[in-house]
Design a protein around this ligand. Structure first.
Ligand code: HEC
Length: 108
């Protein structure tokens, strides 16, 4: 009987996992919005800055990208996607920048 109970819990966890993941993605998008990133970026189309999915595709094979881009988000810069500058986003802390970039890089 104990085994059956464990199995039920496991099944419920497996069923709910995608829901939790979707809720996390929503929370991350809302966080990006609250930090003004979505004023210039959209997830799947270019606005002022590149589409976040295009950023994820570009750096998929680059393990150093998280660190580098988290710094760039805070300092600003240009020349990778065009001549338009991303201004420094000093409103985000280093930790917040990492969280935002990790979310961007994980987009599929
Ligand atoms: C005022 C407009 C603007 C805002 C606000 C903005 N960005 Fe950008 N972002 C840009 C532009 C323009 C680029 C392209 C820069 C380049 O070509 O190097 C860019 C590039 C990027 C890149 C890719 C950098 C690279 O070197 O490939 C990431 C990641 C990024 N932005 C994340 C963010 C995050 C996270 C925020 C919110 C904290 C944010 N951006 C806010 C305009 C903006």
């Amino acid at each position: 009987m104990q085994g059956l109970k464990a199995l039920t819990v496991l099944c419920a966890a497996l069923l709910l996992a995608p829901v939790a993941r979707a809720a996390n993605a929503d929370a991350d998008a809302a966080f990006a919005k609250s930090k003004n990133c979505l004023a210039c970026h959209a997830i799947d189309k270019k606005v002022v800055g590149p589409a976040f999915k295009a950023v994820a595709d570009k750096y998929r094979q680059d393990p150093a990208a998280l660190e580098r881009l988290a710094l760039k988000v805070r300092q600003g810069g240009n020349g990778v996607w065009g001549v338009v500058y991303m201004p420094a986003n000093a409103q985000v802390s280093p930790e917040e920048s990492q969280r935002l970039v990790a979310w961007v890089l994980g987009l599929k």
